[in-house]
Design a binder for this molecule. Structure first.
Ligand code: SAH
Length: 402
């Protein structure tokens, strides 16, 4: 054990020979197979100094003894990890988002996007005056209080609500947990603004941290395309795309989701914005698309925003079949000149694979189609170039020949 900054004894994680390569490219994960030995006695989540087999300093990282990802890098320089570190990183992350919040038409953004913001295992979303935080690594958990205080200290924040109930925590040996972490109790009803529209968000039970903030700009894109169109919104959740299509002057919107709670929220959100009702359909999308086909129904504009079919590359085969199925059916339901907005949020399905699947779907549906735009998450969900795993959301806007 050596002496680190400030005279503190630093635990050390020593890599096997040759295993420093990915760290030198600044990939922030150290897998268990790369570790030769640990010197000292770090507790779960403690900071360790990472060194090559030759003793060269590489990074300071958080130790996760129960995870295959044995350590996650906090910094590439020799520095102390403490409350100040988190305050600095969070302030930097907020700075990069300030333009999004200017003008007031949007008050819900992702403040901290994990590894891509240099804060592995930490996600923080701002919903009005509430920050919802999720800790998914031992290191993040170790600094839970300091991070909560730093978030609460941001201008105008009323409370920090924790949603550490993502199953990935189990891979780190951490219990699932949610509830108030700091500040005043949650208001009975919380509504956010996104590009001028309002949405009620269920922070306690909603998906992710409550809302799919990553789709903000794609929903606005749909609004611009919707005038006079018959729109089908598949996997509508709390109505993000549907409400935008209605606000954009769609002739009709059919919104499908298998969750009655999600549809209830979606209905509330359409009413909140004083928009005409959509046709709400509680159904399995795979079946609904088949019955529309059998009924010979057709649409001008279809959105496919399914849940993550492939969390990792190991699920890619099965996921590919599911994507193929819904995209093929959607192409069949489009009128000539119609537009498909199709997404995959699967980390395990790369952008080029997704494009191949969509191409195969058009081919088998017997339609000629072109990509007219490539879509991705908003700028509050950056992808660090040294962390390609962060590139999970991809979308294509495709037009079928007229
Ligand atoms: N487009 C939404 C987010 C979609 S999240 C937005 O912009 O907010 C995925 C949704 O798919 C969830 O609401 C979930 O309830 C729903 N879902 C998952 N599997 C489904 C299935 N087989 N059929 C219908 N809905 C499904």
């Amino acid at each position: 054990m050596g002496w680190g900054l400030g005279g503190l004894k630093m635990h050390k994680l020593i890599l096997k020979p040759g295993r420093e390569k990915s760290l030198k490219r600044r990939h922030p994960w150290i897998f268990s197979g790369a570790v030769a030995r640990v010197e000292g006695d770090p507790a779960v989540g403690d900071t360790v100094e990472v060194r090559s087999s030759a003793g060269e300093f590489l990074a300071v990282a958080a130790y996760s003894p129960h995870s295959q990802i044995r350590a996650r890098v906090w910094d590439w320089r020799e520095r102390a990890i403490d409350g100040d570190f988190f305050r600095e990183r969070i302030a930097q992350a907020l700075n990069m988002r300030s333009a999004l919040l200017e003008g007031g038409s949007t008050d819900a953004v992702r403040l901290v996007h994990g590894e891509s913001d240099g804060l592995p295992g930490i996600v923080a979303d701002r919903y009005g005056d509430t920050v919802v935080v999720q800790f998914t690594s031992a290191g993040a958990e170790r600094w839970r209080e300091d991070i909560a205080e730093a978030l609460q200290g941001l201008p105008g924040m009323g409370r920090v609500w924790e949603r550490s109930d993502a199953e990935v925590r189990e891979l780190e040996g951490l219990p699932l947990r949610s509830g108030l972490l700091h500040g005043t109790p949650l208001p009975e009803r919380l509504a956010i603004r996104e590009h001028g529209l309002e949405f009620v968000v269920d922070l306690e039970h909603g998906h992710k941290t409550g809302f799919y903030l990553d789709q903000r700009d794609n929903r606005l894109r749909l609004r611009a395309l919707a005038r006079g169109r018959d729109v089908l919104d598949c996997f509508c959740y709390s109505g993000g795309f549907t409400v935008n299509a209605l606000a954009g002057g769609a002739r009709s919107v059919t919104a499908v989701d298998s969750s009655s709670d999600a549809l209830g929220l979606a209905r509330t959100n359409a009413e909140l914005n004083r928009l005409p009702a959509a046709q709400w359909l509680e159904a399995d999308v795979f079946q609904a698309l088949r019955s529309f086909r059998d009924q010979r129904r057709d649409f001008d504009l279809i959105v496919l925003d399914p849940p993550k079919f492939a969390p990792t590359a190991a699920h890619a085969g099965k996921a590919a079949r599911a994507y193929k199925d819904i995209n093929l059916l959607a192409f069949k339901l489009l009128r000539p000149g119609g537009v498909l907005m199709t997404f995959s949020c699967s980390g395990g399905v790369a952008t080029d694979l997704f494009q191949k699947i969509v191409a195969g779907s058009a081919l088998d549906a017997g339609v000629q189609a072109q990509i007219i735009e490539r879509l991705g998450p908003g700028s509050d969900h950056p992808v660090a170039l040294n962390f390609p795993e962060g590139d999970y959301l991809k979308g294509l806007l495709c037009r079928v020949a007229g």
